[in-house]
Ligand binder design. Structure first.
Ligand SMILES: C[S@@+](CC[C@H](N)C(=O)[O-])C[C@H]1O[C@@H](n2cnc3c(N)ncnc32)[C@H](O)[C@@H]1O
Length: 244
């Protein structure tokens, strides 16, 4: 999916910055090593490392990995990047804060989401936390198909060029799936790509936790850590090990 999207990923998400302060704050609680699962372009890894945190980012997309590597080299950021699938990655390291950041959990279907939670739980240091950040599921459930009526927006690329962007979606709510689509006008060319997201409600997510040896520590509805409810913008779930 990220073959085409990698080039435009940071452009599309350039206004999504509120999570950086939250993860910095959680990191400053003295949790030790940080793992960013599905680190993508390094959107979180880079500011966390710049703030002095010891961060490892892992991603299984070679295209996203290349974007992150390039950014880190340009900005001389001292973080570790791993190109691997989190479901099969082996390491002796254990992490005090594991981030499954902006919507990454939604890329895992109902078969693999438990594997992701188990793999993450295995990597937790004693007393550590896993923090998942996804789009509010009730917001996803309310999406009607918007194939024809794409909302137009304009993003500025690194060279300050305005690139018209459209995004839309097609939803299969019986399966709790939404295909989000993007179109970008770049130098006269229309570039298109999409990504399939699986949304799940808090109680559905909680059903997976015992098998992964995890339990809820807190649930927030936005990056200011306000309590979660059905009207919240985000669903941010902090998990701890049951044995903690
Ligand atoms: C929605 S993006 C989020 C990127 C980044 N965390 C951020 O906040 O901007 C999800 C990322 O997860 C990665 N990913 C998906 N499945 C993965 C897996 N099994 N192992 C490692 N990375 C994965 C994708 O390649 C993609 O870069």
């Amino acid at each position: 999916m990220y073959r085409t999207a990698a080039k435009y990923y940071d452009l599309i998400h350039q206004t999504h910055t509120g999570d950086i302060a939250l993860f910095n704050k959680l990191a400053e609680d003295g949790r030790g090593l940080i793992l960013d699962i599905g680190c993508g372009s390094g959107r979180l890894v880079i500011p966390l490392a710049e703030a002095g945190q010891t961060v490892t980012g892992i991603d299984n997309s070679a295209d996203m990995f290349a974007v992150a590597q390039k950014r880190m080299a340009e900005e001389a950021v001292p973080a570790e990047l791993i190109l691997a699938d989190i479901l099969t990655w082996e390491t002796e390291q254990r992490f005090g804060l594991i981030i499954i950041g902006m919507n990454t959990l939604m890329e895992f279907d109902n078969q693999t989401v438990l594997d992701l939670l188990k793999a993450s739980a295995k990597l937790l240091a004693p007393g550590g936390k896993i923090v998942i950040d996804v789009i509010q599921p009730f917001l996803m459930a309310a999406l009607e198909n918007e194939d024809g009526g794409f909302a137009e927006d304009e993003a500025l690329d690194d060279d300050g060029r305005k690139l018209p962007m459209w995004s839309g979606w097609s939803a299969d709510h019986a399966k709790q799936q939404v295909q989000i689509k993007w179109r970008i006008q770049d130098s006269g060319q229309k570039v298109e790509f999409s990504n399939l997201f699986h949304y799940r409600y808090l109680d559905q997510l909680m059903d997976y936790l015992p098998a992964a040896g995890l339990e809820i520590d807190a649930v927030w509805g936005n990056y200011d850590q306000e309590p979660y409810n059905e009207e919240s913008e985000r669903m941010i779930v902090s998990l701890i090990s049951i044995s903690a």
